[in-house]
Design a protein around this ligand. Structure first.
Ligand code: ATP
Length: 443
């Protein structure tokens, strides 16, 4: 994991937030390559979840909403983690994490992992981040930064239903920021205080939840493996034990990824939430949040299945999954090691790199710039003219660019370029007229 963290910084994927001021615990910034990769992940999700399904629509709700939302959802009273503090160094820890690490079920006897000091009694610590709205800072102006995107899907249930002519079953998906005042953020971007979620609430007729719960577990695995290309052996489904379920949940499964150093850890949760959320919002808002089935003339509060993925954890899993370090280089006889990031080509931050063979011949560089303009209409890419061609290939391999397009002297005669494949390192001569088609087919 240390290698991945330094790779992400060195290549401009992820930086510590406000690093020049010493950073801030649990916050990270995405650099030029990270932001592009994140956009590609979200784009793939949106296509898979929303654009390709006639019965799933999208939403983009505000990060801050009426605080009653969080009273109704149970977050104000229940969204907490068990906190303990060291009596000596005053560092704070998640009590459940300390017990897990010590393989015990009681905290008594467990010592501070930092200084060996005695730990205080456990208390519940609410994870919601607070702010104040308007010019007066008092209890009446308290608001919360959303700890999940899901609740505003529920509060918009009626708006979406009234405007979209949807029939049961249907879903509403949302991608957006969420905030949790985690007691111990850590493991790089695995546990942060600001992160992004991709969530979908799928509304079904009560009685049909089991079938749809299984369906969304399968679809979630299909998305991760077939659409994004994560290796199957690095993923597993972990159903929650009945006694670990939230009181309202019917069933819940986590999809875990086998991270280096961290081990098997959740990247996605799929929950069968019954009618808990809509019923609570109906009760607290006084507004009816039911579905009317015109065929059977019945009215009911739908049940909900929720697949919820963290974008940042997914991005970390994708980098871990595709990072390869070859000790003797790609050719097998080099003195130094080389890195290749074997990302699925549609997720690579740069999907192409245009490389003029030489930088001091105007006909070649201007042709290369033309090729860059042609491809950049539809794909993200780079123009790179510095260094030997071999060095430039290595640079692109490291950041996962699937295709390098070289413009050379022959291009000026045959209007064709050499396309080099990252994974096979094979090269093909492609006419510039067919280049966009080639990328459409391969990326
Ligand atoms: P954990 O048990 O690891 O704290 P959770 O069960 O509380 O996670 P959910 O509430 O199910 O997480 O949130 C759905 C998804 O959001 C998670 O699967 C994860 O990918 C992501 N997520 C949750 N908390 C964080 C966080 N602090 N940092 C980054 N991603 C997060």
């Amino acid at each position: 994991m240390e290698k991945i963290v330094s790779f992400c910084k060195r290549k401009g994927f992820i930086f510590q937030s406000s690093e020049i001021y010493g950073g801030l615990g649990g916050f990270y910034d995405y650099g030029p390559l990270g932001v592009q990769m994140k956009r590609n992940i979200k784009e793939s999700y949106w296509k898979f979840m929303v654009n390709s399904r006639p019965n799933v629509v999208g939403l983009d709700s505000a990060i801050i909403s009426n605080p009653r939302v969080w009273e109704a959802s149970g977050h104000v009273s229940n969204f907490s983690d068990p906190l303990t503090e060291c009596k000596k160094c005053h560092k704070r820890f998640r009590a459940d994490h300390l017990m897990e690490a010590a393989n015990v079920t009681e905290l008594s006897g467990v010592k501070c992992p930092e200084c060996g000091g005695e730990l205080m009694e456990v208390r519940e610590f609410n994870l919601m981040l607070k702010t104040f709205i308007g010019p007066v800072v008092d209890d009446s102006s308290v608001a919360y930064l959303r700890p999940e995107t899901a609740q505003c899907i529920f509060t918009n249930f009626k708006n979406v239903l009234d405007t979209q002519r949807l029939k049961m079953p249907f879903g509403i998906a949302q991608i957006g920021k969420a905030f949790r005042n985690e007691i111990t953020p850590g493991n790089f971007i695995f546990r942060t205080r600001e992160f992004e979620q991709m969530e979908m609430e799928f509304f079904v007729k009560p009685g049909e939840q089991e079938e749809w719960y299984q369906y969304w577990i399968n679809e979630s695995m299909r998305f991760l493996t077939e659409v994004l290309g994560i290796k199957k052996e690095n993923l597993r489904i972990k159903p929650a034990a009945k006694e670990d379920l939230a009181h309202y949940a019917i069933a819940c499964s986590d999809i875990e990824y086998n991270f280096p150093s961290i081990g098997w850890s959740e990247i996605e949760g799929i929950a069968s939430r019954g009618d808990y959320d809509l019923s609570q919002h109906e009760k607290f808002s006084g507004q009816e949040l039911k579905y009317f089935d015109e065929v059977n003339h019945e009215k009911y509060i739908p049940y909900v299945i929720e697949p919820s993925i963290g974008v940042d954890r997914l991005l970390l899993a994708l980098i871990c999954d595709s990072y390869q370090e070859l000790e003797k280089g790609r050719s097998g006889d080099s003195d130094s090691s080389e890195i290749v990031l074997k990302l699925n080509s549609k997720l690579s931050p740069m999907q192409f790199a245009v490389l003029p063979l030489v930088k001091n011949k105007e006909e070649i560089t201007s042709k290369a710039k033309e090729v860059f303009a042609l491809l950049s209409n539809s794909f993200s890419g780079e123009y790179d003219e510095t260094g030997t061609i071999g060095k430039r290939y290595r640079r692109q391999d490291e950041i996962g660019t699937p295709y390098c397009v070289t413009v050379d002297f022959d291009t000026l005669n045959d209007n064709a370029v050499t396309v080099r494949n990252r994974d096979t390192m094979s090269q093909e001569r492609i006419s510039i007229d067919n280049l966009v088609d080639y990328f459409n087919k391969n990326v």
